[in-house]
Design a protein around this ligand. Structure first.
Ligand SMILES: [Zn+2]
Length: 123
């Protein structure tokens, strides 16, 4: 075995080792993504059940109908200027004069929490 063969064998072993390390890293990332997706699905299921429970209570105790629900849903959908089934929230004015995303915990300029009029903006 000459020097070139030794070098090639070294390179082959190194490449295989790098490949195993990358495959391990990809596998870990896939597990992490799968865990996050499963957590989001579970949270969404709980949110749908909670919403359904609140709706059934309103229907049973306050006499609300599907028409009431659909009318309110359309009203909320249109608050951002578009009836598109999405709830876009424009930034709010901070006391310091900056515009702050409603989902932000604090203003990036002054550190104060944004003032929101709607509790659902925190979600
Ligand atoms: Zn501010």
């Amino acid at each position: 075995m000459d020097l070139i063969d030794v070098y090639q064998q070294h390179q082959i072993r190194k490449t295989r080792s790098d490949q195993r390390a990358l495959e391990s890293q990809v596998g870990h990332q896939r597990r992490s993504d799968r865990d996050r997706d499963e957590d989001l699905r579970e949270r969404l299921d709980r949110l749908v059940m909670l919403t359904e429970a609140m709706w059934e209570l309103l229907r049973e105790t306050a006499g609300m109908t599907e028409d009431h629900l659909l009318h309110k849903l359309a009203e909320i959908d249109g608050r951002d200027g578009a009836h598109d089934g999405l709830r876009r929230r424009p930034p709010v004015d901070c006391g310091c004069g900056a515009k702050v995303a409603v989902s932000a915990k604090v203003c990036a300029f002054c550190g104060e929490p944004p003032v929101t009029a709607n509790t659902f903006d925190w979600v």
